[in-house]
Ligand binder design. Structure first.
Ligand SMILES: [Zn+2]
Length: 81
């Protein structure tokens, strides 16, 4: 029995204008990094479990990227829409 979720089972949400990076999670959902780019404030939010960046809520892209990717690697929530 396979535990791998097919990525094609879910529809990718629309891409916001300020979307910098989109990570797929282990649950088949998405974590979006939103903001202005490398050296300005960016944040992440998860479409699966509704968690988001905090402490700091916004940060440079090099920092937010690592945190968003770490969340995507651990989040097992599936998209509900
Ligand atoms: Zn999540």
């Amino acid at each position: 029995m396979s535990t791998v979720t097919s990525l094609s089972a879910f529809t990718e949400p629309d891409r916001p204008a300020d979307l910098q990076i989109r990570f797929v999670t282990v649950g088949g959902s998405y974590v979006d990094v939103l903001g202005g780019g490398e050296y300005v404030k960016n944040r992440w939010t998860c479409h699966g479990c509704k968690d988001s960046s905090r402490l700091p809520e916004q940060d440079h892209l090099w920092s937010i990227r690592e945190k968003a990717n770490g969340h995507a690697s651990a989040c097992r929530a599936i998209p509900l829409t």
